[in-house]
Ligand binder design. Structure first.
Ligand SMILES: Cc1cc2nc3c(=O)[nH]c(=O)nc-3n(C[C@H](O)[C@H](O)[C@H](O)COP(=O)(O)OP(=O)(O)OC[C@H]3O[C@@H](n4cnc5c(N)ncnc54)[C@H](O)[C@@H]3O)c2cc1C
Length: 387
């Protein structure tokens, strides 16, 4: 019997694992994770392509290190001290001059700022591979998975298929993805941290709540850009600068999709000649997740914000010398909203089933429209205090 069972080792799950082991160094804490070492991307195709990672450490493994404070008042977290604590822990620093792409410096003229990042710039080589390979110089949730508590355990490659409750005891059931062995773990309290796509699926086995799986947002983004000879953005720190406009964010971003679009027309172009600006919006929660289906649409408001952002970015790119503007498909890498606070969980992150909690991006009632990792860590710390 475990005191706590955490499902999912992403940003939310790893933070809780760390916080609970620190607070209760002798309690039995089990972390169940379907993924393993390495980065396993999942791509859901549709009007908006959704991307997330199912690995030990979750989607944070592919993060480009953006460490932005988001407004957490709707989650009941009002103080900024929690962010100061997290920034100290993750060693957050703004991108220094040495790591800003030569051509991107032009964006300072438009009021772009240096992005705060959880990257060690004394060691970062600007390889531009933050989202694609594991890097020892970038914080990831893996750093939160070490503990000296001898009663705590992490089981990876374990897929949780259902949660049940008999009396006061939870039964978390699933199977090992390599051996196929089915197992049931008993626990007093369960915290589901499966992320915006998978938390509602896991909970649907036990929770009958009409809002579960609804309200999906993904922070839709598109990269616009074209040819800027020898700009080397592909070998630069991604999103090193950013600027927030009313309803959208712009940030320099190399995209392989952009490269492919250009390459179809211009054979002579190489990846180092591609310069792009990402346009990211906080989209409406117009999507939903079911057991075997994920649907995400683009609303009229989303379309309007995207086209305003694209227009702004295209103007800047033309000023920089990009002659023809290309754009990528719509994508989203911040799925959330599907177990929203106020609808599926209460202000203590608890569902209507006592001692069953959720703590990940699915809890955000609406899209923050900004990189959410710092906010999810803050949630994990808050729930760690509550439990
Ligand atoms: C390429 C990319 C770059 C990004 N860059 C940034 C950035 O720079 N800054 C930022 O703030 N945000 C960034 N994000 C977004 C950020 O990574 C995510 O919003 C965040 O990691 C979500 O955390 P989470 O805890 O909600 O879920 P996740 O991190 O997705 O964790 C969920 C975990 O649950 C596990 N799981 C799911 N279902 C089951 C099951 N049935 N059984 C067992 N385990 C299960 C999954 O394998 C996963 O490990 C980026 C995302 C991507 C994809």
């Amino acid at each position: 019997m475990y005191h706590y069972i955490i499902v999912g080792s992403g940003v939310g799950g790893s933070t809780l694992f760390k916080e609970l082991n620190r607070k209760y160094p002798n309690k039995r804490i089990l972390l169940l994770e379907m993924g393993d070492r390495g980065i396993k991307y999942n791509t859901l195709r549709g009007e908006v392509q959704i991307i997330y990672i199912t690995s030990l450490g979750g989607s944070g493994l592919g993060a480009v290190g953006n460490a932005i404070r988001i407004d957490l008042r709707k989650i009941g977290i009002k103080n900024s001290e929690i962010y100061q604590e997290i920034e100290r822990e993750l060693n957050v620093r703004e991108v220094p001059d040495s790591h800003i792409n030569e051509r991107s410096r032009y964006l300072f003229n438009y009021g772009f700022k240096r992005t705060p990042k959880f990257i060690d710039f004394d060691k970062c080589t600007s390889c531009g591979m933050c989202a694609r390979k594991l890097c020892p110089y970038k914080w990831t949730p893996l750093r939160f998975l070490n503990t000296s508590n001898p009663y705590s355990k992490i089981l990876s490659n374990f897929y949780v298929s259902s949660i049940g409750k008999e009396g006061d005891i939870f039964k978390v059931e699933g199977y090992h993805l390599i051996t196929g062995k089915r197992m049931v773990f008993e626990g007093e309290r369960v915290i589901v941290c499966g992320g915006g796509i998978n938390s509602p699926r896991i909970l649907s086995s036990i929770l009958n709540n009409e809002h579960l799986g609804k309200n999906l947002f993904v922070d839709i983004f598109v990269t616009v850009g074209g040819v800027l000879n020898n700009c080397n953005l592909d070998r630069s720190v991604p999103m090193a600068l950013y600027k927030r406009y009313d309803g959208f964010l712009l940030s320099p971003h190399y995209s392989i999709y952009l490269y492919r679009s250009v390459k179809r027309e211009r054979r002579d172009v190489s990846s180092r000649d591609i310069y792009g600006i990402m346009v990211k919006i906080g989209d409406e929660g117009s999507g939903f997740v079911e057991r075997d289906k994920v649907y995400k649409s683009v609303t009229k408001r989303d379309e309007k914000l995207l086209s305003r952002g694209i227009k702004k970015a295209s103007g800047i790119l033309q000023d920089m010398g990009v002659e023809k503007i290309y754009r990528t498909i719509l994508r989203g890498s911040h799925p959330g909203g599907t177990c929203a606070m106020g609808r599926v969980v209460d202000k203590n992150f608890e569902t209507e089933i006592e001692d069953l909690y959720v703590c990940d991006a699915s809890v955000f009632p609406e899209s923050p429209g900004l990189p959410p990792i710092l906010g999810i860590i803050a949630m994990g710390k808050r729930l760690g205090d509550i439990l």
